[in-house]
Ligand binder design. Structure first.
Ligand SMILES: [Zn+2]
Length: 274
């Protein structure tokens, strides 16, 4: 049994090749039972933090609708997180309406402070977090890569909104994860995923905080259909370590928590036979 709670479609305008078909292929090839998907088409700024030109912007609504369609076409396999656009659009009635109508498949709200060039603790984020609180949804933020996406701002919002659960995706991408791990000590509603997180950091989180506050997530299919195995140049993926050897280190119960059980409980995912 395997749940990947951090996968993507879209993002072509910022150079990613990630499609619905790729997710379905990798699920079959690597025996993934369920994925939570967000749509990179919501990126507002490019990798150099320049605003994407108007004609490259996909609306928050259209980006969300694409994920809804994907989930509806694949019942029981795909959950979604709307990837919001706090910089160029902001929270609106339309977004709330779509969340309410699709609450059975919406598993959280996704924000990318880097590609939105928006500090996670800014006023533009607050209406979204209040929306998450209203619908009892977690908020997942990309962390790392620029000041606005620093994990400490996710922590600050976790303190300000104690009833909302927050997930620090990547645990500070491009860092040694120390800051993000230490922040988990100070707020019980702060969670982590494993996307590009070395297995050593995951082991430390489980040792320090138990096995309930981290989920398996991968960013796939960012490196292609074989993201779990290798990148596009064929170099081995760090995820191999999650599939081979980790269970022996952390034990079977903690491993089940990490790879699917936490996600089932936390996101309310029901899978036949479990
Ligand atoms: Zn991602």
């Amino acid at each position: 049994m395997l749940i990947d709670m951090h996968t993507h479609i879209g993002g072509a305008k910022v150079g990613f090749i990630m499609t619905e078909d790729m997710i379905l292929k990798e699920m079959e090839k690597y025996h993934v039972d369920y994925c939570i998907v967000s749509n990179g088409d919501s990126a507002e700024f490019d990798h150099e933090l320049n605003p994407l030109p108007e004609e490259f912007q996909v609306s928050q609504k259209d980006s969300f609708l694409r994920t809804i369609q994907f989930a509806r076409e694949n019942p029981g396999k795909i959950g979604i997180m709307p990837w919001i656009k706090p910089a160029t659009e902001g929270m609106n009635e339309e977004l709330e309406h779509l969340i309410r109508e699709n609450i059975d498949i919406v598993k959280g709200i996704k924000v990318h402070p880097f590609h939105s060039k928006t500090f996670f603790d800014s006023d533009r984020m607050k209406p979204y977090i209040e929306l998450a609180q209203k619908y009892e949804l977690p908020v997942m933020s990309h962390t790392g890569g620029c000041e606005a996406a620093d994990a400490k701002y996710v922590y600050e919002m976790a303190v300000k909104y104690p009833k909302v659960n927050f997930i620090m995706a990547h645990m500070g991408l491009g860092t040694d994860n120390r800051e993000a791990i230490n922040l988990m000590e100070k707020a019980d509603n702060l969670y982590a995923d494993t996307a590009w997180v070395p297995v050593s950091s995951t082991i430390e989180i489980i040792k320090r905080f138990g096995s309930k506050r981290i989920f398996f997530g991968s960013d796939s299919p960012i490196d292609g259909v074989d993201t779990y195995h290798c990148n596009r140049e064929g170099q081995p993926s760090m995820y191999r370590e999650y599939f081979h050897g980790l269970e022996d280190v952390i034990g079977t119960e903690a491993y089940k928590d990490l790879m699917y059980r936490n996600a089932m409980e936390f996101f309310g995912i029901e899978l036949p036979g479990y």
